[in-house]
Design a protein around this ligand. Sequence first.
Ligand SMILES: [Zn+2]
Length: 124
Amino acid sequence: MVVKVNLAHISETLKDIVVRNIEDITDHRALPNSSKHNNVVEGNTLIFINENTIEKIKEILLDILTRHSLSEYIVAENTEDENEIVILKQGDMEQFGIYICSHCSMSFKSKNLRSLHERVHYFT
Ligand SMILES: [Zn+2]
């Protein structure tokens, strides 16, 4: 499956950091006898051509943000496109129609849906 990472809402500097680090990581994961990259950059989108899960990419992105002390940024799934991940600055999310659960980072299309979801955390 194809996983896209939308980098349109972050600074050029952060974009460089993400792209550079992603290349390092995915190169290590590539087969030894293969010189092919698993990812390509097209404009503001980073595309993983052969990825099994979106979760793995989210983990890698979060790890990069953490290692560079970029905790003001968050990694969210695009609520309109299930194969797209978006990196946003905290506080900018709601203007893109993304509402994040503060407990588990799941994303929602509206405040109401998030409120409904957040109840599960109070009863478990
Ligand atoms: Zn939650």
